[in-house]
Design a protein. Structure first.
Length: 86
């Protein structure tokens, strides 16, 4: 995936996150909002026409990785919140 395409994917993710006006009652609202934005971005990529020279598929893979990292970050924070004085 070229740097340009990666930038395009990340802009799409940021826009998806920014458009989300839902107020989260859960802990870690920014992480939850990012997770929601990533899922929306993935859904849009999955609906896109498939012939993109492999870049659409690669973007989906990267979003899957990002989703896993966000979930891991949420889990880490939840497991270590007592150490942070919360």
């Amino acid at each position: 995936m070229t740097r340009k395409n990666l930038v395009i994917v990340m802009v799409a993710v940021c826009l998806s996150v920014g458009v989300s006006a839902r107020v989260w009652a859960e802990k870690q609202p920014h992480m939850q909002s990012a997770l929601e934005g990533l899922k929306k971005a993935k859904a849009q990529l999955e609906k896109a026409e498939p012939d993109k020279g492999g870049h659409r598929v690669e973007a989906i893979k990267l979003i899957d990785q990002a989703i896993q990292e966000v979930k891991a970050g949420i889990e880490y924070d939840n497991e270590h919140k007592d150490q942070k004085g919360r």
